[in-house]
Design a binder for this molecule. Structure first.
Ligand code: AMP
Length: 431
């Protein structure tokens, strides 16, 4: 039997995020919401678990995510009216957003849907710095019927420009943007054929995943991380020369909008990103301060995803950023969140003073001021120490005399000065 005295710890690959670190997380979340609203995005919240089939069909059976990393369980029917089904903690949020788009017929408005989400995702990866089994993403998607302009390269570029704005707003400077086009349903089969042909002679020397993928989904061979396979992968053909005319024009328009807006990027034809739904534009922002897990965020276009999930034609483009990694990058660049200590510490002095202290605290909080309250059992010295340790600049002392006089002693801990202030003046003094 388990030793009940052993403390229980967070599960491997999960972690607690504690204050004051949470301030930096909130800083990223608040900045993202602000920037997204400027670009007319609105929030969507989808369930944390979905039918496993959604990810199998959306993300792709041959991807690492679906093949190896999902937290999946069989949800047994408990009543005749229910059916057993396989469920999965979402490993990413794009498939869920597109499912919601289809389910709620959002395309029928004829308008572009510009949606963003914030929340945890789950992948059973080998945990290391910047890689967790429960991690947090902020992402956005632009999708809609083609008549709403959803296929336009202007949408791809707008999303990328928005991300550059977000990075600036958050305070991350040392990023680089890698860009590619992975073609479309018309031209990619030709590239896949070229990969198959090139792999034919070498694949027997490669890892088991590569051997299987060379047959089923050769593009995914490019996701392989096995060091011995890398020289063989480097020798494979690149996608650029296989793009058809439409994809080539689309890609060059995305680039010319980025050029016009002054966004720096490099084209990396090896970057196919490990998810099957991508078509045309794919991109990744990386950061030098992240170590091995250098990707800050990634995204791309997914023109066929809605249809592969049984929905209408709804081309789209989106991205997901790793909130965990944004915080690491901010720390690497020395960015700290603004301090959030309360303005005043209310020190009830002597027996029976707790109600008076609570009354004053309530009045101040009603007026929007953050305050902390001590306890009548504390000596004044302890109240001062508590205030100082918490970085609170003022102590308000409430004793019997103060209550009778309708005035309080306010001590400024920075200057050491102490003044007597009437109840009506207190907010002004503390501000
Ligand atoms: P993806 O959904 O794989 O395109 O990932 C998008 C972004 O999410 C990545 O660029 C990372 O910043 C972040 N991310 C993905 N997997 C993890 C993980 N296991 N732990 C922390 N962040 C992750």
């Amino acid at each position: 039997m388990a030793d009940t005295r052993q403390p229980i710890k967070a599960v491997r690959g999960t972690r607690d995020i504690l204050p004051p670190d949470t301030s930096l997380w909130q800083h990223v979340e608040d900045s993202a919401r602000r920037v997204f609203h400027r670009y007319n995005f609105h929030e969507i919240r989808t369930p944390i678990f979905e039918a496993t089939e959604l990810f199998a069909r959306g993300v792709g059976e041959e991807t690492d995510i679906v093949g190896k990393e999902m937290f999946t369980w069989e949800d047994k029917a408990r009543a005749q009216s229910e059916r057993s089904q396989s469920l999965t903690l979402r490993p990413e949020n794009t498939a869920g957003v597109v499912r919601a788009y289809i389910e709620h017929k959002l395309g029928e408005s004829g308008m572009l849907q510009k949606l963003y989400y914030v929340g945890p995702q789950f992948r059973r990866e080998r945990p290391q710095k910047g890689r967790y089994r429960q991690f947090y993403q902020i992402g956005a998607e632009v999708l809609g019927p083609p008549s709403a302009g959803s296929e336009s390269p202007a949408r791809d570029a707008e999303v990328i420009v928005m991300l550059a704005d977000l990075l600036r707003e958050v305070g991350i400077q040392q990023w680089s943007l890698h860009l590619n086009s992975v073609g479309c349903a018309d031209c990619r089969p030709k590239y896949n054929e070229a990969l198959r042909a090139a792999l034919k002679d070498v694949v027997h020397t490669m890892c088991a995943d590569c051997r299987r993928r060379a047959v089923n989904n050769p593009l995914r061979v490019l996701d392989c991380k096995v060091p011995e396979d890398q020289p063989k992968i480097a020798a494979l053909p690149t996608i650029g020369q296989y793009l058809d005319e439409k994809c080539r024009v689309h890609f060059s328009e995305v680039k010319s909008i980025l050029d016009a807006t002054g966004i720096r990027y490099d084209v990396n034809e090896r970057m196919v990103r490990g998810i099957d739904y991508y078509t045309r534009t794919t991109f990744e922002f990386s950061h030098g301060g992240l170590g091995a897990q250098s990707a800050l965020l990634g995204g791309g276009r997914y023109d066929g995803l809605s249809e592969s999930l049984g929905g209408p034609k709804a081309p789209g483009i989106g991205f997901a950023l790793g909130l965990d990694r944004f915080v690491i990058a901010l720390e690497a660049e020395g960015v700290t969140a603004p301090a959030t200590a309360p303005r005043a510490y209310i020190a009830p002095l002597g027996a029976g003073m707790n109600p008076e202290a609570a009354k004053l605290a309530h009045e101040l909080r009603e007026q929007g001021m953050a305050v902390e309250v001590g306890d009548e059992s504390f000596r004044l010295k302890k109240s001062f120490e508590s205030a100082e340790r918490a970085g609170i600049p003022f102590v308000v002392i409430i004793g019997e005399n103060e209550v009778k006089a309708g005035a309080f002693a306010v001590k400024d801990l920075t200057s050491g000065e102490q003044v007597t202030v009437s109840r009506g003046e207190i907010v002004k003094t503390l501000s």
